[in-house]
Design a protein around this ligand. Structure first.
Ligand SMILES: Nc1ncnc2c1ncn2[C@@H]1O[C@H](COP(=O)(O)OP(=O)(O)OP(=O)(O)O)[C@@H](O)[C@H]1O
Length: 291
């Protein structure tokens, strides 16, 4: 929640008329979308609607066939490492961690776009390199505290439970000090309790001053979390608006939701979350899996 009285909203991301064709298939057709500072924006739509392809166009993995993508007023070069350097970080639908590296090492990898020390400095391990290494480690530990993973800093990534691997991906993305975070299905495979914790984590990220664009199929999560939601269908943006507008739009219901969305959690689901929360002493002190 923004408590400042004199906040100015700026456009962080401006994607304009983005089209992506693969041979004869138009996966994304002339989609425009902005994300402003302080906002959490959701991207929804049926399987194959073009959501991940659109993300890939934003992050330089794909060069859009048409259209342009700007970050804070500057057109982005279509190269993933330059996009990260500019200030956009992302997570992937399928978790992409370095499984045999520790939790801390995974976050340190995410810092490489922010460390200025060059190859020679690293090879010689001079004072500049050692100072940068120490600062990176401190920042990485801060991010592990923030995401609730500090106690597992020395564990191998592959030994973390699934929900914590997703958190680690977020910590690693935050390590590049982004101004915009793109999350591709951050709650996929999570239980209701983990989903709720992920929601809180994303609010906290927004409160740190990082704008968020999130793809998700869990509509309760999306409508609860987002200031604005855009619905893609067959590569085109069908509707964009507040959660209230999007969830009651007849076209969204027909093309995606199937039935009108009911916002309040069902009694069974609420009971399941509350029982799980009561059983777990805290999110950070889960039973550790064997290393
Ligand atoms: N590299 C590619 N080459 C060819 N076709 C592709 C490529 N990537 C995606 N597509 C196609 O583009 C369309 C959009 O796929 P995309 O993965 O972006 O959808 P999505 O909305 O993210 O779906 P989901 O919710 O299932 O993840 C699909 O028809 C897909 O098969």
């Amino acid at each position: 929640m923004n408590t400042m009285t004199t906040t100015t909203t700026t456009t962080v991301l401006d994607a304009s008329d983005v089209t992506m064709r693969f041979g004869g298939l138009t996966a994304v057709r002339s989609v425009s979308l902005t994300v402003n500072s302080g906002e959490i924006v959701g991207l929804i739509g049926p399987n194959g609607a073009g959501k991940t392809t659109f993300f890939n166009c934003l992050t330089g993995l794909y060069v859009p066939t048409e259209g342009k993508v700007s970050y804070k007023g500057t057109v982005l070069p279509p190269k993933p490492h330059l996009v990260t350097q500019a200030g956009i970080a992302r997570t992937f639908q399928n978790i992409r961690l370095f499984a045999n590296m520790t939790v801390l090492e995974n976050v340190l990898v995410g810092r490489h776009t922010r460390t200025k020390e060059g190859l020679w400095s690293a090879l010689l391990r001079g004072p500049g390199f050692k100072r940068a290494e120490k600062e990176s480690k401190e920042r990485a530990m801060e991010l592990l505290e923030f995401t609730g993973l500090a106690a597992k800093a020395d564990h191998l990534a592959r030994n973390l439970p699934y929900g914590e691997q997703r958190k680690l991906e977020i910590a690693r993305a935050l390590a590049s000090e982004p101004g915009l975070l793109l999350l591709d299905e951050p709650t996929a495979g999570m239980n209701p309790q983990e989903t709720r914790a992920a929601e809180e984590l994303i609010f906290a990220i927004r409160d740190m001053g990082i704008a968020v664009l999130v793809i998700e199929h869990d509509m309760r999560f999306i409508f609860n979390l987002c200031d604005r939601v855009a619905c893609l269908v067959q590569g085109e943006k069908l509707v964009e608006g507040t959660p209230e507008v999007v969830q009651s739009d007849e076209r969204v219901i027909a093309a995606y939701l199937g039935t009108p969305f009911e916002g309040a959690p069902g009694a069974d689901e609420l009971a399941e979350v509350e029982a799980a929360e009561a059983a777990a002493p805290s999110t950070n002190s889960r039973t550790e899996e064997a290393q």
